[in-house]
Write a protein that binds this ligand. Sequence first.
Ligand SMILES: C[S@@+](CC[C@H](N)C(=O)[O-])C[C@H]1O[C@@H](n2cnc3c(N)ncnc32)[C@H](O)[C@@H]1O
Length: 233
Amino acid sequence: MDYCNRGTHRPIRSFVLRQGRMTPAQERAFDELWSLYGVDWRPGEPLNLPDLFGNDHPVNLEIGFGNGETLAWMAEAAPNLNWLGIEVHRPGVGHLLLEMEQRGLENLRVMRQDAVELLTLGIPSASLDRVQLFFPDPWPKKRHHKRRILNPRFVEILARVIRPGGIFHTATDWEPYAHRMLEALTAAEGLFENTLGPGSFSPRPEYRPLTKFEQRGERLGHQVRDLIFRRRG
Ligand SMILES: C[S@@+](CC[C@H](N)C(=O)[O-])C[C@H]1O[C@@H](n2cnc3c(N)ncnc32)[C@H](O)[C@@H]1O
């Protein structure tokens, strides 16, 4: 698949890369830990997931993990699963590398990539057990809606990489985006079914810890909605 009309148009990305300040500890994490936990990837080269983890346990992938604390917690709680985190924000990646070192996690790998590009060009079909996308940037202004990662095209990308019976789990505290997400996933009726019943959102399941962005939303009085869909097959 051509990724965002490469060569003809500038791709519309779901993020704007902020430099962000790295702490000395995060810099050290990149120097010392990237070779252990980080994954370098060149567009077009499919990842060999069993090689990456040294086993063929089911793979859970998190997109846009922020500071990575939720992901580290979930990976520690499920040591028999493989976890792959993708984030573009360098300080967040450094933060997660430090968490991994502290917790001694063996079942988590980290990538610093645009997840849309990676899913389109690097993840083999039906290779993921679960994809989680917690609190994607809501891009509230109308002129920015085109930047929202969860749109009908992204739902098709997810349908290719998630195995039949696998799960896509997302959550947002931005009500209008929650409804657009529900519409996009419901429209792909032949590909995904709502595990909560048609048209339904869920409260946060117990296995999902509060994320940093979610806590900010709660302080602002936002209601959080989870959406959990199963890949048909
Ligand atoms: C609003 S934050 C939420 C972070 C975290 N999930 C949380 O709930 O605290 C969204 C994150 O997604 C990342 N992001 C956005 N688009 C991305 C993409 N295409 N690939 C990887 N990361 C992306 C951003 O850098 C940002 O850290």
